[in-house]
Each structure stands twice: as structure tokens, then as C-alpha cells.
Ligand binder design. Structure first.
Ligand code: F6P
Length: 533
């Protein structure tokens, strides 16, 4: 990281470390408004409790110019093959823009493909829904079988949008660990269950094995040809059919939709069936609203860019190795898992797109949980730990239950946490609040909070499909900008390949009589294998 710009940013960060965020509020009456953004009716962004200021933003605008952020954004939406290692365009925003509102400028054939994919999704969804209604036995359960990008987004959508009494229970089976599968199957009956296998490649070992085992369970339950009733959602119809999904049950999506960006496609069939296509369209519309902001708004006012710039600043210049996301809404309990894949699989890379080693730190570790639970577990470290942890709070203004007091207390807690992280608590405060408690000096000092700990707040008006679409598209584009600032290709995932290959080599060594000693593995790995066989 040797450049005059990075030197200035480091100097700036050193000053920020010692002077803190409160000082920025003190010196700028308009700070809150300046760094808050009302991009849509559904989500409000407040970055004012971070270290953001004009100087930092200007530095990042210079970095953006140096690495060609605006050009790369244009290349992305024009359908250039920005996923260079896999020689692919990255056009998932097209799925949200099929009526071509000018977000994407991809070649006509891509738009056509997107329209076809959407059309097929809509008509298949209708057909499947009709089929469900006509089945001799009422369908009560859908098992969605898929992993990573073929499950996390759909699970999030299901939990966020299905409401209190969904028409079907949707179960997710992802892991090769059959404890998960056994648990799901124990809740279902073969004749009233519909199975949807979801895999971009339809070659993923876990998904195929789980589908086979579900097929065996159905057969044991009296269904003669289980595969005949299964659906396959994939970008590789030939693999799905080769596995045994009947041609008419294959719902495809284009190969330029990456797995972790596929929640907008037919991958979400199970949720579209549940909430209806009209509602799913609202989800797409919410995403498209942020697409327009992402593309049309200057970087200085672009929430996706500001968030990415701050991520880069904290990770590279303030030593933050992690970023925490706390959603104050039970329906967002899978959000962190989804965002973990989105950000870390996209940007957890040590090579630039041109193959050279990166000269900056890339993705922070993404972690977090749901408030208020997290307050009673990890927040100790957030407030008084020795690591700087930029925190993100997602609050939902309007609840969809009747217990108004619960919701007010929930929101009060979320808001209070952001205030506490900023303000901290000094000895004067401790004397004021605990002066008459006769505390020892050590106890008083244990109550010191440094404050000046950065947080961003996203206030969602109500958890609707549209709001959720906006939220997820924001995170996608922030990840894109983060990747461009680090000069990496955010759209491949080579880092998952080696482990998969080695697992195939370990597997036969777990059988009795295998020649573990003669294998090429290191001594520790051989020892583990030997302890298992
Ligand atoms: O192993 C990583 C990965 O390729 C993810 O990127 C992807 O979302 C997941 O596996 C599932 O892949 P598929 O949809 O092809 O089954």
C-alpha cells in the first residue's frame, strides 16, 4: 500500500483514531443530515455515526478515479465480461430490469435472455402452482434442496416474507450432514411434499446426494417414480435432466446470474409460489430502485459507494478485521448468513483481477446476529473490546404484529446501542450515575466505555418485498464497489475449489483397508483419517 493517496488516508485514520467521531459532530451542525440518505421510500441510511467526512470521501473519490470505478460500473451494466477468470458477463440486475428502464445497457440478446428467463419463471411458477392445487393429496410442505447461493437467499426471503401462516411450510436442506435432512423429513409426508432441487450447475455433491436420499425416502413411502415429480431450478438444464428431472419440470436461469446473486431468479421459486408472483415482482422492483441509484447517482452521494469506501477505510487504515451486522428483526435471522456469502465469497480474495497479488486488505470478516439477543451475548466486546468493529444496525420502523410495546422497546434498544457506541461513558458519567454506590476505583474503571465506535444505521420503513429488494441490492452494489476499489474480480470463487477436490481424495481413504499411509497427505491429515477409520 505505497501511494501518496494511501499515505494521506493512513494519516487521516491515525488522526481519526485519536480524535474520534464525537468531535466531528461537535464541529459540524449539519453532520447528521449531510451523511444521511433517503434513497427510497423504504430504506433510510445514516452514516453520520461513522468516521465519514468530506476529506475521507474526497480521498475515496480520487481512489475511485485511479482504479476506474465509474468505467467498471458501466462495463458491468453493459454486459462486458467483467468476471474475467470465468469469461462471463455479470448481468443479474437485468432480472430486475426486464422492462428495460435504462439501468442495464447490455446487448439486446442479453435483455432478451433475461426476458425469456423471467417469462419462463413466471409461467413455470403459475404451472407449478396449478399443479400443486390439482394434486390428489394437498401439498403441505415444500423441500428446497440447494446450498450456498442456491439456498441462502431463498431462505432469507422465506423467513422475511412468508408471514405468520404460510400456505406451505418450506424446508431447506443444504448440508451433506444428514442430521439436517433427517430433521426435515421427520416433519414431512412423501405424498404431501413437493421437492425443488436448486443448483446453478446441478453438479454440486451435497445437493445431488440430498436429492437422491429424498427420492429414496419418497420411494419407501410408496411413490414409485419420485424424480418424476421433482422440480429442478438450474442454469444447466442438461445436467438437471441427466440427473433425472423431467424436462417439463426444469426451470432454468441464465448462466450470467452468479449463485450468490441468484435470489432474483427462479432460484426463489418456492418463495414465489408462496407469496405470489405479484409480490415477487415487488421484490424485483425494490432491487431495481437501488440499481438506478447505484448507476445514476454521483459517487459522492451514492450510498453503495459511501458504504464501500468506509469498508475499505476501516479495513485498511483503522485495522478493523471484521464488520458486524445486527438486524433488529427476527425475520432477518438469516440475513448475516446471506451477507457473509455475498461479501466474503465475492471479495475474500488475495489476487487482483489481473492475477497479481492485491496490495490492500480485501473483505472483512462479516458476522453478527439479531437484536436484542446479541446485546446479551457479544455486545460486551462491541462496547469495550480491544478491536475496532464497525457495526451496522438494521431497524424496521413498522412491525407486522400487534404487540406495539414489544416493538417500541426493540427499537429503543437498537437506537440506544448506536448512541452508546458513539458516546461511551467517561468518569464524569460514572460519578453522575454511580456516585452514591460506594464503588471501588477498579469497579469504576471497569465501567469506562471509550465511545467513538463507528456504526451505520439502516432504517427500513416496513419489511415488505420491495424494501427487502432494495436492501439486498444495496449490499450487492456495495460489494461490487468494494471489489473494484481493491481491483479484484468479485464474481468468481476459486477459493472453494481446492477443498472440494481434496474431499474427493479423502473420501475413499475413510473406507476400511485404504492405504492412508501411502497417500500424499500431510502427517496431521493422515492422523485424522486414521483416527476416524
Ligand atoms: O462452493 C461454492 C458454490 O459454488 C457457491 O458459489 C454456490 O452458490 C454454491 O456452491 C452452490 O452451487 P450450485 O448452485 O451450482 O449448486
Amino acid at each position: 500500500m505505497n501511494s501518496p493517496l494511501f499515505d494521506s488516508l493512513q494519516q487521516r485514520a491515525d488522526e481519526d483514531q485519536s480524535l474520534g467521531i464525537k468531535r466531528k459532530f461537535a464541529s459540524d451542525d449539519a453532520r447528521t443530515q449531510r451523511y444521511s440518505f433517503e434513497v427510497t421510500d423504504d430504506v433510510f441510511w445514516d452514516f453520520s455515526k461513522t468516521h465519514v467526512d468530506a476529506e475521507i470521501l474526497n480521498h475515496y473519490l480520487s481512489l475511485a478515479e485511479q482504479v476506474g470505478v465509474v468505467e467498471k460500473r458501466h462495463a458491468f451494466l453493459s454486459g462486458e465480461k467483467i468476471n474475467n477468470s470465468e469469461n462471463r458477463s455479470v448481468l443479474h440486475p437485468l432480472l430486475r430490469d426486464t422492462d428495460n428502464q435504462g439501468i442495464t445497457m447490455a446487448a439486446d440478446n442479453a435483455l432478451e435472455l433475461a426476458r425469456d428467463a423471467k417469462q419462463q419463471f413466471v409461467s413455470q411458477c403459475k404451472l407449478v402452482a396449478e399443479g400443486l392445487d390439482q394434486r390428489a393429496t394437498q401439498v403441505t410442505d415444500i423441500i428446497h434442496v440447494g446450498i450456498g447461493g442456491s439456498a441462502l437467499g431463498t431462505q432469507l426471503l422465506f423467513e422475511a416474507l412468508s408471514g405468520l401462516n404460510p400456505k406451505y411450510a418450506v424446508h431447506f436442506v443444504s448440508n451433506i450432514d444428514a442430521h439436517q435432512l433427517a430433521d426435515v423429513l421427520s416433519k414431512c409426508q412423501p405424498e404431501s411434499t413437493m421437492v425443488i432441487g436448486v443448483s446453478k450447475t446441478f453438479t454440486t455433491a451435497e445437493t445431488l446426494q440430498n436429492l437422491e436420499s429424498i427420492g429414496a425416502w419418497m420411494q419407501a413411502g410408496g411413490i414409485a417414480d419420485p424424480k418424476a415429480s421433482m422440480y429442478g431450478v438450474t442454469a444447466s438444464p442438461e445436467h438437471a435432466m441427466k440427473w433425472g428431472v423431467p424436462e417439463q419440470n426444469v426451470v432454468s436461469f441464465p448462466t450470467w446470474v452468479g449463485g450468490r446473486y441468484s435470489v432474483w431468479s427462479s432460484v426463489s421459486l418456492s418463495v414465489a409460489l408462496l407469496i405470489g408472483m405479484d409480490q415477487f415482482e415487488q421484490f424485483l422492483a425494490g432491487g431495481a430502485e437501488i440499481d438506478r441509484h447505484f448507476y445514476q447517482t454521483d459517487l459522492a452521494d451514492n450510498v453503495c459507494f459511501i458504504a464501500a469506501a468506509l469498508d475499505h477505510y476501516y479495513t485498511n487504515f483503522m485495522g478493523a478485521g471484521t464488520r458486524a451486522i445486527f438486524a433488529y428483526d427476527h425475520r432477518f435471522r438469516s440475513l448475516v448468513d446471506y451477507l457473509q456469502q455475498l461479501e466474503t465469497e465475492s471479495n475474500g480474495k488475495d489476487r487482483k483481477a489481473n492475477g497479481e497479488p492485491v496490495d490492500v486488505k480485501t473483505s472483512a470478516v462479516i458476522w453478527g446476529g439479531v437484536g436484542t439477543d446479541v446485546q446479551h451475548s457479544v455486545f460486551q466486546m462491541l462496547h469495550q473490546g480491544t478491536s475496532l468493529i464497525p457495526a451496522e444496525f438494521i431497524l424496521v420502523k413498522n412491525a407486522d404484529h400487534e404487540l406495539a410495546e414489544h416493538h417500541k422497546v426493540l427499537l429503543a434498544n437498537g437506537i440506544a446501542q448506536t448512541a452508546a457506541l458513539l458516546s461511551g461513558q467517561d468518569m464524569d458519567d460514572i460519578e453522575r450515575f454511580h456516585g452514591d454506590e460506594n464503588l471501588s476505583d477498579a469497579t469504576k474503571k471497569a465501567k469506562l466505555f471509550s465511545g467513538n465506535r463507528p456504526s451505520t444505521t439502516l432504517l427500513v420503513d416496513r419489511l415488505t418485498p420491495k424494501a427487502l429488494g432494495s436492501l439486498l441490492a444495496f449490499y450487492e452494489h456495495r460489494t461490487f464497489f468494494g471489489g473494484v476499489l481493491a481491483q479484484i474480480n468479485s464474481f468468481d470463487q476459486m477459493g472453494v475449489e481446492l477443498g472440494k477436490r481434496l474431499a474427493k481424495q479423502v473420501r475413499p481413504l475413510l473406507d476400511q483397508g485404504a492405504d492412508v499411509g501411502g497417500s500424499d497427505f500431510d502427517a496431521s491429515t493422515k492422523q485424522l483419517i486414521q483416527k476416524i477409520i
